[in-house]
Design a protein around this ligand. Structure first.
Ligand code: FES
Length: 184
């Protein structure tokens, strides 16, 4: 390859016998080849990068400080509703009592919240039957009720009655501070 490049060089003072010049041409040709590969590779690599808006949705931070006890905020995350609920002591107590019930999808209440943060429940707000959005305060377990086909969840978001097979999902999340969580 170097000979071809040297032969094409219009500079009459440079010949293929000049070792320094030849090395330079070798290096230059190598760099050009790498540049070509790089140029070809980039569009493929670039396509593999998630778009900025996808990255933005991958995780969200949420400020809990304005959610009072007994309140729930619905946050959109990855196209789904998330329930962020500040549970009252009564709701927590009922959820702990539910640990001893015959649960369809067994899970303790403690396993569904972060240690020492029993009041905060973060759940994916779609019914595990067919994906409707349940409402809080309906049904006989004091938690969520899905009006679509009558699934009833308790104050831990566990399925207690109706056709839904699973508890409301707990997404991956972490406390960044006492008042801030990162979800996703
Ligand atoms: S989607 Fe909730 S009960 Fe069917």
């Amino acid at each position: 390859m170097a000979d071809t490049v040297v032969g094409a060089n219009p500079d009459p003072h440079v010949t293929g016998d000049d070792p320094d010049r030849r090395d330079f041409i070798h290096i230059a040709a190598g760099v050009a080849a790498l540049g070509l590969v790089g140029g070809l590779a980039w569009p493929f690599i670039d396509q593999m990068n998630p778009a900025g808006d996808t990255l933005a949705l991958a995780s969200i931070e949420f400020d809990l400080s304005k959610v009072e006890p007994g309140q729930q905020v619905v946050v959109k995350w990855r196209g789904k509703p998330l329930f962020v609920r500040n549970r009252t002591p009564k709701e927590i107590q009922e959820a702990i009592q539910g640990d001893h019930a015959d649960l369809r999808d067994p899970a303790t209440d403690e396993s569904r919240h972060k240690p020492g943060k029993a009041n905060w429940l973060v759940l994916v707000g779609t019914c595990t039957h067919l994906g409707c959005v349940p409402t809080f305060g309906g049904g006989e377990y004091g938690g969520w009720f899905c009006p679509c086909h009558g699934s009833v969840y308790d104050t831990s978001g566990r399925i207690r009655k109706g056709p839904a097979p699973k508890n409301l999902e707990v997404p991956t999340y972490a406390f960044l501070s006492d008042t801030k969580v990162k979800i996703g």
